[in-house]
Design a protein around this ligand. Structure first.
Ligand code: SER
Length: 318
């Protein structure tokens, strides 16, 4: 990884991963691209930025060729709930965007990182200790694009020798960026509600248990996977990774250790509840641990403490 293109650079993962990549590889060597206006602040003004719709294959190729990129971190996609609302568009962005990226990578000899998700599993998958290799019959359009994406990445590796690698991320929790359209968004919203109103109305039921991960671990995992000697990798697309697994009730109880008066109530959104109920409760990530030494730093207690500190500071600074 010397010259990288990050698509979806202003999104949930990209807005935090891109600045870290710039600090590691040099601002001019990390080309940020996104279809949404960039947020204010240091990123992406710290380096090259392009407005790009990943469905526009010509523009994508022009950027990769001009900058002689050797790696594409392909993060542009619609999340689960928004995808369920606009399934045709979700297929178009998530699948045709990925196909364009893989084609450009094939022509310009780039490595590709593709984030898959717990959404790549379905109701028939073992929900506890979900194996790395198991039944994948997702029932959401998001999940269908993720499992298809995993297979397409494997195909480009086997057939064309493109160095594709991916992770099945759980719900991601960030102190900096709001997710936007995912079924696990409650685990971020709850912190803002706890600090401002001391109360949160949760759109998932109290006992909906899901895998989760704090963003610093998610970023560390992507960088570690992409810099691992490829001869160590047996599973490329995609590795189960998790850091913690909890229910809304358990998260609320952990927040209450810091804010005793915090209360939670449940106003269930049937669409997001149905999506979350079709996902695993706890994945087995032993393949990632064995093949590239995956180890998360943040558990539930450490994540909650850090989130409360960071968001309180953010709210104070306006
Ligand atoms: N957090 C994501 C979502 O809810 C899962 O991949 O869509």
């Amino acid at each position: 990884m010397k010259k990288l293109l990050v698509t979806g650079a202003t999104g949930q993962i990209g807005a935090e991963l891109s600045p870290v990549l710039r600090s590691l590889y040099g601002a001019e060597n990390v080309i940020a691209a996104a279809n949404h206006p960039p947020p204010s602040g240091e990123f992406p003004a710290s380096g090259p930025f392009y407005r790009l719709d990943v469905r526009d294959a010509d523009s994508l190729e022009r950027i990769v060729a001009e900058h002689r990129c050797d790696t594409i971190i392909h993060l542009a996609a619609l999340l689960s709930a928004v995808a369920e609302d606009r399934p045709q568009e979700a297929w178009d962005i998530n699948m045709n965007g990925l196909l364009n990226v893989l084609e450009v990578a094939r022509k310009h000899r780039c490595a590709v990182f593709f984030p898959s998700s717990i959404g790549a599993f379905g109701p028939g998958t073992p929900a506890n200790d979900t194996p790395q290799d198991t039944l994948q019959r997702p029932t959401t359009i998001y999940g269908i694009t993720k499992v298809s994406g995993e297979l397409l990445c494997d195909y480009y590796y086997r057939h064309f020798g493109v160095d594709t690698r991916g992770l099945r991320y759980p719900g991601l929790i960030s102190s900096q960026v709001l997710p936007g359209g995912g079924s696990t968004d409650y685990a971020v919203e709850i912190f803002y509600a706890a600090l401002t109103r001391r109360h949160y109305d949760c759109f998932l039921s109290a006992e909906t248990q899901l895998d989760m991960m704090y963003m610093p671990d998610a970023i560390g995992a992507a960088i570690k996977l992409m810099t691992t000697d490829p001869s160590q990798l047996r599973h490329r697309n995609a590795f189960n990774v998790t850091a913690m697994s909890f229910t809304p009730a358990e998260l609320a109880a952990e927040i209450r250790k810091h804010i005793p008066e915090f209360t939670i109530a449940y106003a269930i959104d049937p669409v997001r509840q149905a999506i979350a109920s079709s996902w695993p409760r706890h994945m087995n990530d032993s393949a990632a641990r064995a093949e590239w030494d995956w180890r998360p730093r943040f558990d539930l207690a450490a994540m909650v403490q850090d989130m409360l500190e960071k968001i309180a500071a953010k709210l104070q600074n306006g």
